[in-house]
Design a protein around this ligand. Structure first.
Ligand code: URA
Length: 238
C-alpha cells in the first residue's frame, strides 16, 4: 500500500497534510527518511515512524455503541443527528458505518465498523444471526402470543415473519418481554407486535449473535470490541 495512503488512513491528516509531513522529513520507513508518498510499504513487515513514533497500522475498526434514542442509524443526514455524530473525531478516518439499522427511538447494541464483509455477514438473511430485544409492550402479552411468534406472525403487508422466540418477563397492562428474531426487516419487532394487536412502547437491542450489549456502557457511549467479541465477528467472515 502507498505510504501516503497508509498515513492518511491512520489519521495523519489529508493527503496534503501527509505530503507536508514527508517533505519535512518526519517520516521514516525502516529508519530511512522517505519523502516520496508513492513508496509502497507493507504494514506487516516495514517499520513506519512519524517523528520517531512507530505507526501501528490498523485497517479495520469494530465499535460497540449503546445507541441512545434520537439518533438515526446512518452515516450522514441533512436534518437528523446520526450515530456517527456520537463518535470521537479520532475515529473519523476509519469511516465507520452502522451494521444494520435501529429505529431512531430504539436503544441499545449497535455495531459500527468499516469492515464491509463483516457487516454483510451480520445482516445477511442466510446467516440467521439471532438478535434479541428487550421491550415494553402496551398490553398483556400472553402464552398465545408466544405460540403465534413461534409459528411466524403475518405482518400487515402480508409477509410471514420467520419463527421468533418470545420470553415474557412480566405480563401486565404494560408487559416486559424479550424477543429473539433472525431477520431485520424495517420496524420488524414493532410490526410483529402490531400483528398481535399490541404496541411496542420501548425497545432496546441487547444481543446480536454472540455480541451482548455491554451494560456498563452508558447510553451514547461506546468501546472497541474485546478480543473474544472480535474473534466471533471474524469467524462469521470465514
Ligand atoms: N425492530 C424494530 O421495530 N425496530 C428496531 O429498531 C429494531 C427492530
Amino acid at each position: 500500500m502507498r505510504l501516503d495512503k497508509l498515513l492518511a488512513n491512520m489519521g495523519f491528516g489529508s493527503r496534503k497534510d501527509v505530503k507536508a509531513l514527508l517533505k519535512k522529513k518526519h517520516v521514516t520507513v525502516n529508519q530511512v527518511v522517505i519523502k516520496d508518498g508513492s513508496k509502497h510499504v507493507d504494514p506487516d513487515k516495514d517499520m513506519i515512524q512519524v517523528q520517531e513514533e512507530v505507526v501501528q497500522y490498523q485497517q479495520y475498526i469494530y465499535i460497540m455503541l449503546n445507541k441512545p434514542p434520537g439518533y438515526i442509524s446512518a452515516t450522514e443526514d441533512n436534518r437528523e443527528e446520526t450515530v456517527i455524530d456520537l463518535l470521537g473525531k479520532d475515529l473519523a478516518h476509519f469511516k465507520p458505518f452502522p451494521v444494520g439499522r435501529l429505529d431512531k427511538d430504539t436503544e441499545g447494541l449497535l455495531l459500527l465498523t468499516n469492515d464491509g464483509e463483516l457487516a454483510h455477514q451480520l445482516v445477511s438473511p442466510k446467516k440467521n444471526v439471532e438478535k434479541t430485544y428487550y421491550a415494553r409492550i402496551d398490553g398483556m402479552v400472553t402464552e398465545a402470543d408466544i405460540d403465534k411468534f413461534h409459528q411466524g406472525v403475518t405482518l400487515e403487508d402480508g409477509y410471514q415473519a420467520k419463527t421468533a422466540w418470545l420470553n415474557i418477563l412480566q405480563s401486565d397492562v404494560v408487559s416486559e418481554i424479550e424477543v429473539t428474531i433472525t431477520e431485520g426487516k424495517y420496524h420488524q419487532v414493532k410490526r410483529m407486535f402490531e400483528a398481535v394487536d399490541k404496541q411496542v412502547i420501548y425497545l432496546r437491542r441487547i444481543r446480536m449473535g454472540e455480541l451482548y450489549l455491554d451494560e456498563t456502557l452508558k447510553l451514547g457511549s461506546y468501546r472497541e470490541l474485546r478480543e473474544d467479541e472480535l474473534a466471533y465477528c471474524l469467524s462469521l467472515k470465514k
